[in-house]
Design a protein. Structure first.
Length: 256
């Protein structure tokens, strides 16, 4: 596995010394950078980090909690502008791919229409939990397997399998979580997101590894461990990233 450290474009000052130290000590293989809207002024830092330390990047495009919603027609002009900013990050950091959410509520056909117009480069669509955290009245687009299949049939893109999201959705629709994860795996994901959670929950808590109920040995037998896997877990410090090395070792201990 190649392990990804999840950061935000606004983390340019928080971990300024920790990122190169951890990378040079083999603590992670790439940064998955979530592009926060209107932060092009932060791009210079990330570009210097790449140039000085050869840190590889992948990107995560802005999503609904940041005001971007591809499934809502009224949001198109705003969505387009936010994706133009993300494309700038993509070009300047020579990022391998861009992870995209399908939106909330709205219409999955609208999601595809906007994707075909915006055309995010090297895009991976990510599956979502059935509902966003804390709101059981709102439905996420791209939560169920059929919607991910539909997006990929109508727009050329890869797939990022979020393990916790798949399990949350399985619980919501009454499926066995590991069997549903295996069904998602048949779509041949290009990359993964991972975190921990109670195995019977449909709420995505993004817990640290070992702090939920997932059987990671079983999960690693289902997924393709040759692909990128980004740890989407909480950081326990505003300055240190030592926790991350421990979580990587936790995952490695579950292999084989």
């Amino acid at each position: 596995m190649k392990f990804g450290l999840r950061l935000r474009s606004t983390d340019n000052e928080t971990y300024i010394w920790e990122i190169p130290r951890l990378f040079e000590n083999g603590g992670f293989d790439y940064v998955e950078l979530r592009v926060i809207p209107d932060t092009l002024d932060k791009l210079k830092f990330w570009k210097i980090l790449k140039e000085n330390h050869n840190v590889p990047f992948v990107l995560h495009a802005p999503f609904s909690s940041l005001g971007v919603n591809l499934s809502e027609a009224s949001k198109f002009e705003h969505n387009k502008e936010m994706y133009e900013q993300t494309k700038t990050y993509m070009q300047e950091l020579d990022a391998e791919y861009m992870v995209v959410h399908g939106g909330v509520e709205g219409d999955i056909k609208e999601t595809v229409r906007q994707l075909n117009l915006i055309n995010p480069p090297n895009m991976l669509i990510e599956n979502k939990p059935f509902n966003p955290p804390g709101n059981n009245e709102i439905r996420c687009r791209g939560a169920v397997i059929d919607e991910i299949k539909f997006i990929r049939e109508e727009h050329p893109c890869g797939f990022c399998l979020d393990i916790a999201h798949a399990i949350c959705t399985a619980n919501h629709i009454g499926k066995d979580p590991y069997e549903y994860l295996a069904e998602f795996q048949k779509l041949k994901p290009h990359a993964y997101h991972i975190s921990d959670n109670p195995i019977d929950s449909d709420y995505d808590g993004h817990n640290n590894l070992g702090k939920g109920g997932y059987d990671f040995k079983k999960i690693l037998e289902i997924i393709d461990t040759d692909k990128n896997i980004t740890l989407e877990t909480p950081k326990n410090s505003d300055f240190s990233l030592d926790y991350f090395a421990g979580e990587v070792e936790f995952l490695k201990s579950k292999l084989g």
